[in-house]
Structure formats: C-alpha cells, structure tokens
Design a binder for this molecule. Structure first.
Ligand SMILES: [Fe+2]
Length: 251
C-alpha cells in the first residue's frame, strides 16, 4: 500500500513512475489518494499530469520516422510504395498494437518485451512494428555493393563468397511461401545463416541476432514490381541493401 507522506514526495514518486512507464502505479497512487480534501486536490494534479504524458510516455508505441526521404530509394522503391507500405501498413500495426494493449499486462512493456512474451494479435502487430522499422534500415540510398570486415569474413566462411551468399539469399526469399520475412542472422556460435520466417516472424523470438532482412509480403513490392518477387529481391541485393547497418548489427 502506498502511503502519502507529502505533496513533494508524491510528485517525486509520480514522476519516477511516469518516466518508468509504470501506468498502473500511477493509477494506484490516484486511487489511494482520493479519500480527503488534501489528497483529492493532489489527485487532480496527478490525473492532469498523467493525461499530459500519456501519449508520449505511457502509450509509447509510435511510428518511427523513415531513415530517408520517401523518394530516396527511387526508382527501385517508389514514393507510392512508401505511401502504402510505411504510412498505411506500418502505421496500422502501430495503431492496432496501441488499441490492443491498454489494460493488459503488455501496456507497460517495451516493444521488444511484448514480442518475446505475447501471442495472437498483440504479438503479430508488435512484431510487425519492429520488423518494418528494422527493414527500412536494411536499405539505403545508393545501397548495394558488398559487405566488408568481420561480416564479410563470416559470410565467406559460410557460403564461400558474397556472390554465393546472394544466390542463397535470393533463393530463400523467392521461395519463402506466401507472406513472410527472410533474414540474415548471427547464430550464438558467431556464424551467420539465412532464415525464412512467416508473416510476423522475427529472430527476437529465437536465439539468433538479426543482421538484415527483406519483407516479402506482396505489399512490399506489388506497386513497383507487381508479382515479380525475384526482381524485387535481386534489386534489394544489388541496389538497396545497407551493409553498414548489417555490419553494425554483426559487431
Ligand atoms: Fe511489410
């Protein structure tokens, strides 16, 4: 049971709870301070602050900015694709997640913790929020080329050459049946591998560390490539992939 000692002490606890995203503790403070005149006045202040901070600090899941302008990957990925894939699909997963989690045990969790512990709709939407944010960073203007450094060494150790890795990644992504994600991951032993996953699959639920991914849902490529997933995947590997991001993840 929380005991109100002074206005100053209560505010201190309240602010700690806000910044720790502990919504239930904040609500609990309100419920237990509404018994008399002094605490009632304080409670109104608590509610005011709670509402002020709610969207930014408690309902913490928001659509991150793209790491580049919507026309930065043209002609390989059009601004129209970002109009739909980012502003409609990705945004919808964020909205869905924020609608699903209030008054559940997931309301105060980080996105990563939700993904690791939820199932059903909450898991699906949380994983899709995280995956899409990761995917945008897997591409860059003037991307493509070849990996360097330790990541290149690991890729060469696994597949013999970067060209053979690209062929293997291409075959996996093209063969990933239906909607899903194809990942380059770092295994627990430090080696790398390619993993195909389903519609909301993410390595956050396995022991693997994600290095790079491609979204092979049709919504990722239908505007620019229609049904030609092979062309979308080969363009990703040759002209879009952000090896600096993958190398940073590998380190
Ligand atoms: Fe997508």
């Amino acid at each position: 049971m929380y005991q109100l000692v002074s206005v100053e002490a209560a505010y201190e606890v309240m602010l700690e709870n806000i910044f720790a995203k502990k919504k239930r503790l904040l609500t609990q403070t309100y419920c237990m301070t509404s018994a008399n005149g002094l605490s009632y006045a304080l409670s109104l202040e608590l509610i005011t602050v709670k509402h002020y901070f709610q969207e930014d600090f408690i309902m913490a899941h928001s659509l991150p900015d793209l790491p580049y302008a919507k026309d930065a990957l043209a002609p390989h990925i059009s601004p129209e694709t970002f109009d739909f894939h980012y502003e409609k699909h990705h945004a919808a997963y964020v909205t869905n997640l924020n609608n699903l989690i209030p008054d559940t045990g997931y309301a105060d969790m980080s996105l990563e913790d939700i993904i690791k512990s939820a199932d059903g709709g909450i898991y699906n939407n949380a994983a899709q929020v995280w995956n899409h944010t990761f995917f945008w960073n897997c591409m860059a203007p003037n991307g493509g080329g070849e990996p360097t450094g330790a990541l290149a060494d690991a890729i060469n150790a696994k597949w013999g050459s970067v060209a053979d890795f690209k062929a293997a990644f291409q075959a996996s992504a093209v063969g990933n049946f239906g909607s899903g994600w194809t990942w380059l991951v770092k295994k627990a032993d430090g080696s790398v591998d390619i993993v195909n996953m389903g519609p909301a699959g993410t390595p956050l639920t396995t022991g693997d560390k994600p290095l790079l991914c491609i979204d092979v849902w049709e919504h990722a490529y239908y505007i620019d490539y229609r049904n030609a997933r092979p062309k979308f995947v080969s363009t990703f590997l040759e002209s879009l992939v952000n090896w600096d991001f993958a190398s940073a993840n590998f380190a």
